[in-house]
Design a protein around this ligand. Structure first.
Ligand SMILES: Cc1cc2nc3c(=O)[nH]c(=O)nc-3n(C[C@H](O)[C@H](O)[C@H](O)COP(=O)(O)OP(=O)(O)OC[C@H]3O[C@@H](n4cnc5c(N)ncnc54)[C@H](O)[C@@H]3O)c2cc1C
Length: 408
């Protein structure tokens, strides 16, 4: 049976998935294969990981996570769910996590995956160095501040197969998470910066069914900031029960709320490591915009509410700090992300996306690499330099798949 991605909307063209058990085996495999591409946990909705040849996964490599002065060196195929508890036991944390821990470190960083928080960069910004097998089977190490590094972290697997990465760590910290319900839309429009700077990580959810309100706002406070929830906040109501952001899904699958303190890795993701993340039966899209455009860009989507709502499970607004990674959707701009969790109806979603993209076009949207979009590729300022890296590390185009041909 052909392999598919997690959502089942992409059937990989690749004939098989190879899982080498050692770096030496991986290098030989890459050197000998005419066409192949790295795959992580397969949680992307776009065909970024596909290959007309073979897929290669780093998950068979020994799952090492060594913490030292320079951070934690991790095997690229480890998931954040495997890494984070180990790191926490050693007294360390990663600065931020995505909404789910089920994704691999290499796969998440390769697409610019992010969480939320005005001061938090995408997960890729924690990478300080990486080891990568290039098309000839050679092993290249690139470290922060070395030429090419800024192009090699968010790279969609186009430069090689990453075998390990070193990530910045911070002292372990604890988070208290609360959910507010029914935030008046006016409060968001008038106080966007106040709301999103109010906690370490903030996410606002809307179903687009009620133009006057957002269904939930999740605030994740560091325990040491001393913040205490009030029953009402900017017109929203503090929830007295555990909630799931997706209507109809079991609240027990979401991470602990109600202000109960817990380790960073059990609060920063929305979804528990031992449960199905999000809705399971879904598609996703996300557009990353300059943060200053958040309110007008949201208003630009309002006229589409009647078309969005029937196809939508839930939408989420998050903020991410600017970075300097060439293909990062947050490249050189503080960012707001408009995320959509769709019902699993590819035809309806792809029919709707052009209308959303047209409305967002004046705000220079950059689509999330791992989610669905239909707009023409964005010309990133350093795209020519990225192409140069592709020619250097993969002159014959061994790693290039249809997605990379299209976007880069
Ligand atoms: C339920 C759900 C929730 C999500 N929530 C978020 C969220 O909160 N924030 C967010 O930004 N995104 C989110 N995403 C999207 C997801 O984080 C990204 O698509 C991510 O890239 C998936 O990681 P993966 O390990 O599954 O990689 P894959 O999807 O398998 O691959 C992604 C890319 O990484 C490359 N890659 C994988 N391994 C390697 C390697 N060893 N070397 C080089 N390249 C490699 C692949 O070639 C491909 O281009 C979510 C997805 C799902 C399904």
């Amino acid at each position: 049976m052909a392999a598919t991605n997690w959502a089942g909307n992409v059937t990989f063209r690749a004939a098989r998935v190879r899982r080498p058990a050692t770096a030496a085996e991986l290098r030989q495999l890459v050197a000998e294969s005419p066409r192949l591409h790295a795959v992580g946990a397969g949680h992307s909705f776009s065909p970024a990981a596909d290959s007309p040849g073979e897929l290669v996964s780093a998950e068979g490599l020994p799952p090492a996570a060594q913490t030292g002065r320079g951070g934690v060196r991790v095997s690229a195929g480890m998931t954040y769910g495997q890494l984070a508890p180990r790191l926490d036991r050693q007294g360390f944390a990663l600065p931020n996590l995505a909404s789910l821990p089920h994704i691999t470190v290499a796969g998440a960083c390769a697409t610019g995956t992010h969480g939320s928080g005005d001061g938090n960069g995408s997960l890729a910004t924690a990478v300080s160095s990486l080891d990568m097998v290039t098309a000839d089977g050679g092993l290249v190490t690139l470290s922060r501040n070395e030429p090419g590094f800024a192009g090699a972290v968010v790279a969609l697997g186009a430069l090689g197969v990453v075998t390990s990465m070193t990530l910045d760590v911070v002292p372990a910290f604890r988070i208290r998470q609360w959910v507010y319900e029914d935030l008046p839309r006016r409060a968001l429009d008038e106080g966007f910066d106040e709301i999103f700077s109010s906690a370490y990580s903030v996410s606002a959810f809307t179903t687009w069914r009620d133009p006057g309100r957002l269904s939930q706002v999740w605030v994740k406070h560091r325990e040491d900031d001393g913040w205490e929830a009030t029953p009402r906040w900017l017109g929203a109501r503090l929830s007295a029960r555990q909630l799931h952001p997706v209507p109809g899904m079991p609240p027990g699958q979401a991470t602990q709320q109600l202000g109960v303190p817990g380790p960073w890795h059990e609060r920063l993701p929305h979804f528990r490591a031992d449960s199905t993340p999000s809705a399971g039966d879904e598609l996703q899209s996300e557009y990353l915009l300059p943060r200053g455009a958040a309110v007008p860009a949201l208003a630009a989507l309002d006229p589409l509410a009647g078309r969005i709502a029937p196809v939508l499970r839930v939408a989420e607004i998050r903020t991410i700090a600017a970075d300097g990674l060439w293909l990062s959707p947050c490249y050189q701009r503080d960012t707001v992300g408009f995320h959509f969790t769709w019902r699993k109806d590819t035809a309806a979603v792809t029919a709707l996306l052009p209308a959303i993209e047209e409305r967002l076009a004046p705000f220079a949207p950059r689509p999330h690499w791992g989610k669905l979009f239909t707009m023409p590729p964005v010309t990133y300022p350093r795209l020519a330099d990225f192409r140069e890296l592709m020619s250097r590390y993969d002159p014959a185009g061994k790693f290039r798949n249809a997605f990379i041909h299209h976007v880069a």
